[in-house]
Design a protein around this ligand. Structure first.
Ligand code: HEC
Length: 124
């Protein structure tokens, strides 16, 4: 009888622990991982939150072009020096978003990785 109880406790404990472990791993993983291939889906929220107030369609506040669509943003990376414009030091008058503050470095890194990964629209 005692042996049986011991086994039962061990099995319960095992499930309890493995469950708790998994949950913790999953949460940490989600917070720390950058996607293996960065696509437009990953950078779009950064553009929406920081650029669209001026780079809307039609553009506002003297901005010369829209950044509303995938092709708009891709074109700005290729032909309008977007990566450089977001990477300038804080206070530089050419820094985007205009008037600052500079984007968090992790966001700038994400743009650069998107470019390195081929400026794809979404994961195939
Ligand atoms: C407060 C308004 C405003 C915001 C917000 C803003 N921009 Fe701009 N942007 C402008 C204006 C005005 C210009 C044109 C003057 C200049 O080039 O500095 C411009 C120019 C640019 C250019 C150069 C275009 C060209 O052909 O010369 C790029 C690239 C750019 N913005 C990207 C961005 C990105 C990316 C963001 C968001 C991270 C952003 N901008 C946020 C107002 C803004």
């Amino acid at each position: 009888m005692q042996n049986y109880l011991f086994q039962l406790t061990t099995i319960c404990l095992f499930f309890l622990l493995s469950c708790a472990n998994n949950t913790l791993d999953d949460v940490t993983e989600e917070l720390e991982t950058t996607p293996e291939i960065v696509t437009y889906i990953d950078v779009k929220p950064i553009v929406s939150g920081n650029c669209i107030s001026c780079h809307s369609n039609p553009p506002q506040n003297g901005a010369p072009m829209s950044l509303e669509t995938y092709l708009d943003v891709k074109n700005a990376v290729l032909n309008r020096d977007l990566l450089n414009r977001i990477s300038l030091p804080e206070g530089n008058s050419n820094l985007m978003p205009k008037g600052g503050p500079r984007l968090p470095q992790s966001n700038i890194d994400l743009f650069n990785k998107w470019n390195q990964d081929g400026l794809l629209e979404n994961p195939q």
